[in-house]
Design a protein around this ligand. Structure first.
Ligand code: UDP
Ligand code: MG
Length: 327
């Protein structure tokens, strides 16, 4: 029995790329079906993220033409992550596995075959990882790779060079659903679900039409969103800084005292300089401590699942049989 694959593609003002994208994805789907890797019930789902151009009209026309294409239209623009999540949650109960990918096909769709193979090999999550950024400009490469490094430093554990091109099994999607947070940063949350996972490497291509919907400004806010939604490490950094400054104040105390005894200071300087450092340090430390508690409250409000059970070996079946015989 072959499993059903759903491709989920968020689209925001993608009228220029959709005709070509849909054609290529259809060919890919047909080849997967012909190779008996996925079932005939597999679908290609476009999620219209409140586009202002003809994107939704195109999706509707595609659906008319061939029911393999499906469409989900969001009530307004909610951003890539939410559009993707909306799409995945809509199809979750119809598929065995779902692959999310961008409408511009910058992520090589030939990696899909390998993803599906890895799914059958028992992986619940397969990450698409870029092994080359030849076509990206130096600036994009620098900012994008810097993004992953800063994320890691700030305590947000993300898969290096993995964007949102990934396969997830149905139970991984169920796991994702149990994360109730409003600020959903998928790249950071998916590894938290757990289960067996693997990576597939591919070369990232150039956008063949249209423009990037992620200018630097959006990318920076995306990175900030990622860090603040995943970790409270920045607060811990404040505490550390406060401690450091307080320690400096003690050094300053000794230094100013020595200077004072040497008579090398004017009246009032010693007490002034020591209090500036000490108060500054203590204040920052206190803010950091309060911050730690707020950080805890913040994480509690996310109501993340404490655990997700993979298998439960029990004698439930035996009990069920017993019930049957008793009746
Ligand atoms: N996208 C979206 N909503 C937005 C912005 C982008 O659904 O508000 C989609 C977009 O249509 C594309 C994907 O997110 O399918 C990635 O965007 P893009 O290719 O512009 O980003 P880049 O590859 O330049 O990082
Ligand atoms: Mg792109």
């Amino acid at each position: 029995m072959m499993d059903t694959l759903y491709l989920v593609i968020p689209c925001y003002n993608e009228e220029e790329v959709l005709p070509e994208t849909s054609k290529q994805l259809l060919a890919k789907m047909q080849s997967l079906m012909a190779a008996e890797k996925v079932s005939e019930k597999s679908r290609i789902v476009f999620v219209n993220d409140g586009s202002k151009d003809r994107t939704w009209e195109i999706i509707q026309a595609l659906h008319q033409e061939n029911p393999i294409y499906q469409g989900v239209c969001l009530s307004r623009n909610r951003g890539h992550q939410n559009a993707l999540l909306g799409g995945l949650m809509t199809v979750k109960n119809h598929c065995d596995m779902a692959i999310s990918l961008d409408a511009d096909l910058q992520d090589d769709i030939d990696a899909i075959d390998e993803m599906v193979d890895k799914y059958y090999a028992g992986n619940d999550v397969v990450y698409g990882v870029r092994n080359a950024r030849k076509t990206d400009t130096f600036f994009k490469k620098f900012t994008a790779e810097g993004f992953y490094k800063v994320m890691k430093m700030m305590g947000a554990d993300v898969v290096f060079n993995h964007a949102d091109y990934r396969l997830m099994s149905r139970r991984a999607l169920d796991g994702l659903e149990s994360f109730k947070e409003v600020n959903m940063f998928l790249r950071g949350v998916v590894p938290m679900i757990g289960y067996k996972s693997d990576k597939v490497y591919y070369a990232r291509k150039e956008r063949f039409a249209g423009t990037s919907k992620y200018p630097l400004k959006k990318m920076l806010s995306f990175a900030w969103e990622g860090i603040t939604s995943l970790s409270t490490k920045p607060i811990a950094l404040i505490t550390r800084l406060g401690t450091l400054i307080f320690l400096v104040s003690i050094i300053m105390l000794i230094y100013s005292f020595v200077r004072h005894c040497m008579g090398a200071t004017i009246t009032g300087w010693t007490s002034l300089i020591v209090s500036i450092w000490a108060i500054g340090g203590l204040q920052l430390l206190a803010i950091g401590v309060i911050g730690q508690y707020i950080g805890k409250v913040y994480l509690e409000t996310k109501e993340r699942p404490k655990f997700i059970i993979e298998t439960y070996l029990s004698d439930e079946d035996a009990d069920a049989d017993k019930d049957k015989t008793q009746k």
